[in-house]
Design a protein around this ligand. Sequence first.
Ligand SMILES: Cc1cc2nc3c(=O)[nH]c(=O)nc-3n(C[C@H](O)[C@H](O)[C@H](O)COP(=O)(O)OP(=O)(O)OC[C@H]3O[C@@H](n4cnc5c(N)ncnc54)[C@H](O)[C@@H]3O)c2cc1C
Length: 293
Amino acid sequence: MTYDVAVLGMGAAGLQAAITAARKKASTLVLGKPEDSALWSAEVENYFGVPRVKGRELVSIAMEQASAFGAELFKEDAIALSKEEGVFTITSESGRLIQSKTLVFASGISRKKLNIPGEKEFFGKGVSYCASCDCNFYKGVPVAIIGEGSEAAISAELMTNYASRVYWIVETPQASEHLKERAVSAGVELVAAKPKEIVGDSKVAALILSNGRRLAVNGVFIELGARSSTDMAMDLGIIPDPEGTIKVDRNCRTGVEAIFACGDITGKPWQVAKAVGEGCVAGTEAAAMARGV
Ligand SMILES: Cc1cc2nc3c(=O)[nH]c(=O)nc-3n(C[C@H](O)[C@H](O)[C@H](O)COP(=O)(O)OP(=O)(O)OC[C@H]3O[C@@H](n4cnc5c(N)ncnc54)[C@H](O)[C@@H]3O)c2cc1C
């Protein structure tokens, strides 16, 4: 089946886009993890007409609304995107292939830092937040990847092509079994511990773990969350700005045919009201384009 609208992101913008598109009778699919939405941990007191409310309550209700209007919800990250003959193919982290006529990027922004000693000091000197950008600098040396989701699994597998040894520091993997198995068969060593400190002189020399173990590494990749949607956007010809935001016009069009974006990923203000407003516009426009009305 080819969906009319596929939405990347199960937060405020993505769920509103899905509610709007599904209500307009477009066949709609939403990918993402609700608990990874910025809204999940928020306490919101400035959203129109709603008294102080837990963000996770808004997300849960919106998921029910989206389902009630007919949208399908897959609680998985997208890890690759491509387009052929006018149809997008999304690869999900379990390896599922999903096809859609239009795409809506609603994958938010990553504000995630580890906040451990050494992280700030060694940023750019062995600490990186992007394995796919910096992999070449770590040829033949040992590295550690920190993170529990798909981004960490994919980065760990990628780094086996460059580094002499790859440790994946992960207590409770959230990435799919499929991605975990791929990383392990590529030679990644899983270490079940929490990172405690990054140490070195002028550059990273080791990662200290909460159990006292010292891993001699020259690179520490902090990869928290899902595969970056800006990486995937670039695969489709969208050039995000240096802050990683995707520019859109007032119809939430990205400039690339049939691709829309909404919410935090399009820039400030990072607020629920803006995310929901843009989600409504993106859902309306994507449904209209897919259904030719
Ligand atoms: C602590 C905190 C407090 C806040 N308080 C307020 C407040 O009081 N008022 C207010 O208006 N705003 C507040 N915000 C901001 C608000 O939460 C965001 O503006 C809003 O959630 C943005 O919605 P979004 O849909 O763009 O992104 P998000 O809600 O962050 O959702 C992003 C979604 O994209 C998904 N995703 C990411 N990568 C992928 C991928 N590769 N494939 C598939 N899915 C993917 C994630 O799983 C997630 O479901 C707060 C934020 C935080 C962190």
